[in-house]
Design a protein around this ligand. Sequence first.
Ligand SMILES: [Fe+2]
Length: 266
Amino acid sequence: MLTFLRNLFRKRPNRRVVKTDLKHLITDVHSHLVPGVDDGAPDMTSALALISRLHHLGFERLVTTPHIMSDLYPNTPEILQPRFNELKQEVSKRFPSLKLILAAEYFLDTSFLALLENPNTLLTFPCVDPLNGDKHDMLLFEFAFHEAPNDELLTEAIFKMQTSGITPVVAHCARYPYWHMERSKLESLHDKGVILTVNAATLVGNYGELAKETAHYAVDQGWIRMVCSDTHAPHHIVAVKELENSEILAKLIENGGLLNPGVGIR
Ligand SMILES: [Fe+2]
């Protein structure tokens, strides 16, 4: 009895109550949902199952971003658009309120630089910055994981995008192992006006402690402006669910710089 009373009145540790609804994000900005075009959803049934789960988490808009990678996934807008249209038709029957947008995740190489010569043909996505109402036309791009991007190539790609009126968005910035110990590279990209994104799976530790630490550090520095699911398969959606009511999502929302809610609006 005495132990019970002691436990009842014992001072509880000062834990912060965090309430962060995923609905605050509104838009998921990175996913591989177009059936059979890359390493994402293999067919229509899988794509619709993934979309259903994302929609149930509270997302109202999904920007789907198939890989465009000259050697492994030589996708083009001509290949992607018809398959995306089929998906969109199925989605509109099942989830009429969900908005699906086609963009792409471009791999940084010389072929990408060549594509940047014709900016009108690029698969970009719109965003209105919730902070200041600025309108952006954004493009998602990524680097190799085993080798840091060539500085000249990167600088030229950013320059070409920005001079064409396109805002560069770096995919999963905390997943590149060569930058875990060189985080100033992330800062310099942020300072150049490049939008840095992190995957939910990185924030919850699915890509290892160093990637998680780098992602949390970048959030603390205020460099992260988007959180993405990068859904290829159901486990990526589980990671997004883990963010709900987490300190790190609360921090991202409290920082006030998240662009997710403005993505998909012109
Ligand atoms: Fe991706």
